[in-house]
Design a protein around this ligand. Structure first.
Ligand SMILES: *Cc1c(COP(=O)(O)O)cnc(C)c1O
Length: 362
């Protein structure tokens, strides 16, 4: 069977190693996973109860328009329901964006790199010309980005805080990009780590940018809201953008359990606050430990930290696996002497540091 060359060039997405996989492979009982920026506290009791309460409805198709959740988000965000699009994870919304807006063979996709690898993978699946500009000092290089915007630029991805570096792009810099881009260029602001970024000193609210006709803001329930396994995210954009995305959206893309759980998660402000607090405390602890170990790290506004290792990072990664700690190798991103660790509970962070010391012989 023939497969197009541009499909064969795609390297499949490699997620963080699942806990069960490592347990199976190495016969380990205790495994700490700090690889996928999941919420270490897990879902709240309220969310779990809600999930159980809809279990007897799974023979029914979900509400394709997610009426109640959309209402809820509308109130929560202070935007009209008409400005909200839901996806099977914000990953799916990225795909819908390509599907609906990058329809011309000459279209160019622009962002800084390393950033979220799905921008590349989905772009390759749509056979788009992808332009990846290097980060500068681990941060989006806005001057370079602006220089590279031209008439063919169809989508600009701005990931803030940026995965895997945790660095912010400022409101003013995003404004500069919007001003330079034509109205036929969609500016995607990916705020997957929004809830963690909010307490960060340098963070400024970006939500009102959705009022620009060519901007979409992406958020997710996968990270701070701890629903990664249910696959649900959302976008905030002009009515025109939302309507366009709805034309290419699969009819029942967000399942019935995810819709109910997301409503419960939004209601549970206490759990969210606790999650953010745990993250901030863990961040301070890990910074101190990295300083003591003399390891370079990039200060983060998210729930993960990029840090460098004196030895080959892939080797450190493999040795940590043997100790039952899963972090993220940055080799696929081209950062050969860096690892990314998700900030866990205090207990997980301590185990990580203890094993890291052992692996580094210090
Ligand atoms: C985790 C993540 C997402 C998406 O997650 P979903 O689970 O698909 O909602 C999007 N962008 C970035 C930068 C991420 O790190």
């Amino acid at each position: 069977m023939k497969v197009a060359d541009y499909i064969l060039k795609i390297m499949p997405y490699e997620g963080g190693k699942p806990i069960e996989e490592l347990q199976r492979e190495l016969g380990l009982k205790n495994v700490v996973k700090l690889a996928s920026n999941e919420n270490p506290l897990g879902p709240s009791v309220r969310v779990i109860e809600t999930i159980c309460s809809v279990a007897n409805k799974v023979h029914l198709y979900p509400d394709g328009n997610a009426y109640y959740l959309t209402q809820k988000l509308s109130n929560f965000l202070g935007v009209s329901e008409k400005n909200i699009i839901l996806g099977n994870g914000s990953d799916e919304i990225i795909e819908l964006i390509y599907k609906a807006f990058a329809t011309n063979p000459n279209d160019e996709i622009l962002y800084c790199y390393p950033s979220f690898i799905e921008y590349r993978i989905i772009g390759m699946a749509f056979n788009k010309k992808i332009i990846e500009l290097p980060l500068k000092n681990f941060t989006y290089d806005i001057d370079s980005l602006i220089e590279h915007i031209n008439d063919n630029t169809r989508i600009v991805f701005i990931n803030t805080p940026n995965n895997p570096t945790g660095t912010l792009t400022t409101y003013d810099d995003i404004q500069r990009i919007i001003q330079k881009a034509s109205k036929d260029t969609l500016i995607v602001i990916d705020e997957a780590y929004y809830e963690y970024a909010k307490p960060c000193n340098a963070y400024k609210e970006l939500l009102d940018l959705y009022k620009q006709e060519n901007v979409i803001i992406l958020r997710t329930f996968s990270k701070a809201y701890s629903l990664a396994g249910l696959r649900i995210g959302y976008g905030i954009a002009s009515e025109f953008i939302v309507n366009t995305l709805n034309r290419v959206r699969p009819p029942f893309n967000v399942n019935i359990i995810a819709q109910a759980a997301a409503i419960a998660a939004l209601d549970d402000t206490e759990h969210l606050q606790k999650s953010v607090r745990t993250n901030d405390e863990g961040k301070k602890f890990l910074y101190e430990q990295f300083r003591e170990l003399n390891l370079f790290y990039v200060p983060t506004c998210a729930n993960f930290i990029l840090f460098s290792t004196p030895k080959d990072a892939q080797e450190v990664y493999n040795n940590l696996l043997r100790e039952g700690v899963i972090v993220r190798s940055m080799k696929p991103y081209g950062y050969t002497n860096f690892l990314r660790v998700t900030i866990g509970t205090q207990e997980e962070n301590e185990i990580f540091i203890e094993k890291l010391k052992r692996v580094l012989n210090v």
